[in-house]
Design a protein around this ligand. Structure first.
Ligand code: GAP
Length: 485
């Protein structure tokens, strides 16, 4: 772009203000393509043809995910006096999983297509036809009958010929040490929660906490899902952000509602539209073995509503099981009444980190038509989540202009903790398009006005600050720049 067209572009963008017409929500394919093209998420082991449904976060994806985790940690751990953090091991004593009930109960109903031998989750096949509530309450021996009665075809070969459903345990097994024998069997944790329960006594003994208090952690979990899919929605390796909130027996329902509101407000406060979220209460028959009440917060994904977050009342199930299996006392002693000893009850807010990232990506994706008919794709992330906070774009590759832009770049790195991009390649229009597509809230253009060489472009030591959403362009002095970001 020449300087003249650059100026025409500036005038045009400043002249035509929003609202611009919005396009409908993206298909998953459009988002997957943007994620790959712009370095958010790549297929895992890509150069080897991938590994079924594994995904790698690229340079921008990891920034987005880290910012999301930082926001979560800030809201739920650091800014609360009743919360502490933890980072427990992925590999744990196998007895943990016997005590927690995962060895006996952490299963999905597996069915085989008799014709093509492909394997599927029976409940998920039924879910599309019957709805999630109806499918979730079916007993194992009803799954095949229902698949046949509803004439549900194999997604692979279209036959309607299913085996009886079998229980398939979702825990990944491996062996610790050099001998692959049963005694060395360990599991990759299927939830981060148990790391918190087994550290309950350590935390109680060291942190001088009084009920109610909570422990949060962010970490990887692994499930050998029968049918992973829908991009990062259901994968075999994923991250959770979990809280176990310990309360006095009899107060759990009160805290259940407090957490429901806190989590709802967190999601919507970071930009998820309320009308794309809904709360779904689990039917009694659908509850996990440890829960007396569960709700999910579901998001309207391109394929329909899906679970984003779960809130469960785990009672004292886990602490009492670990007391039994470990032989250690895990009771809480009331500091005001030392004779009063009891197992606290637990409210568990459990967030899927990757699903939350996916939700923010979908929610941010916007296609707009500008008044001149041109269209742009823009990721309208909340500023707290945008992978790049600000981009510095020198108008030309002239050495002294780049040097000035680099001075500003260094100033921002030294004096702020912003993530700053520096982009010199391509026309200014193309660079704005790229920054829009990665969701950069502000761009700083350094031009010959900045250098005092062309007053028509602006006064000496001023730069143009462009806003991603309004496209408004302000000329501001370098001295005021940090305040304006
Ligand atoms: N500790 C309780 C627990 O793990 P969950 O409902 O099984 O509860 C919590 O999982 C959250 O973890 C879910 O709401 C979902 O966001 C995420 N999650 C579960 N399985 C997942 C998978 N296979 N891939 C990605 N995220 C998953």
């Amino acid at each position: 772009m020449t300087y003249r067209t650059y100026h025409t572009y500036l005038t045009y963008l400043t002249f035509f203000r929003y609202p611009l017409p919005h396009m409908p929500a993206p298909s998953l394919d459009l988002l997957v393509s943007l994620c790959k093209r712009r370095g958010f998420i790549f297929a895992g082991s890509d150069i080897y043809g991938g590994l079924a449904n594994t995904w790698d976060y690229g340079p921008l994806g990891v920034e987005l995910k880290n910012k999301l985790k930082k926001e979560w940690w800030k809201t739920f751990i650091r800014s609360r006096t009743d919360m502490v953090g933890l980072d427990a091991s992925i590999l744990m004593n196998p007895k943990v999983w016997e005590a927690s009930g995962h060895v006996s109960s952490f299963t999905d109903p597996l069915v085989d297509c008799k014709k093509c031998k492909q394997r599927f989750r029976g409940d998920k096949l039924l879910e599309e036809k019957l709805g999630v509530e109806a499918a979730a309450i079916l007993k194992l021996d009803q799954v095949q009958k229902m698949l046949m009665a509803e004439k549900i075809a194999c997604p692979h070969c279209k036959a309607v010929d299913w085996t009886e459903a079998k229980r398939f345990n979702l825990m990944f097994k491996t062996h610790q040490g050099v001998v692959e024998e049963e005694a060395a069997l360990v599991y990759l944790r299927p939830e981060t929660a148990q790391g918190i329960f087994v550290n309950f006594k350590n935390i109680l003994d060291t942190m001088r906490l009084r009920l109610p208090f909570g422990v949060g952690q962010i970490g990887k979990a692994f499930r050998n899902e029968i049918t992973p899919g829908n991009f990062t929605f259901r994968t075999r390796e994923f991250e959770q952000m979990e809280i176990e909130y310990f309360v006095e027996p009899g107060t759990a329902e009160k805290y259940f509602d407090v957490w429901k509101d806190a989590v709802w407000n967190w999601y919507t406060g970071l930009g998820i539209a309320k009308d794309k979220l809904r709360i779904r209460e689990h039917d009694k028959d659908e509850l996990s073995h440890y829960s007396s009440r569960t709700i999910d917060i579901e998001y309207q994904f391109p394929w329909g509503f899906g679970e984003l977050f779960g809130l469960a009342n785990r009672g004292n199930f886990d602490l009492s099981q670990h007391e039994k299996f470990s032989g250690q006392e895990l009771k809480y002693t009331d500091p005001d009444e030392p004779t009063k000893k009891f197992l606290p009850h637990v409210i568990e807010p459990s967030f899927g980190c990757d699903r939350t990232v996916l939700t923010f990506l979908l929610e941010a994706y916007t296609e707009e038509t500008l008044p001149n008919g041109e269209s742009r794709t823009v990721m309208k992330f909340d500023r707290r989540l945008a992978p790049v906070d600000v981009a510095i774009l020198p108008l030309s590759k002239k050495e002294h202009l780049i040097a000035k832009a680099q001075e500003i770049y260094k100033m921002l790195l030294d004096k702020t903790d912003l993530t700053v991009d520096f982009d010199v390649t391509g026309s200014i229009g193309k660079r704005y398009r790229r920054q829009d597509e990665i969701g950069t809230p502000q761009c700083i253009t350094v031009d010959f006005g900045t250098l005092g060489e062309d007053p028509a472009q602006g006064a000496t030591d001023t730069v143009t600050l462009r806003d991603r959403d309004t496209l408004k362009q302000d000329r501001i002095s370098i001295g005021d720049l940090i305040k304006a970001l």
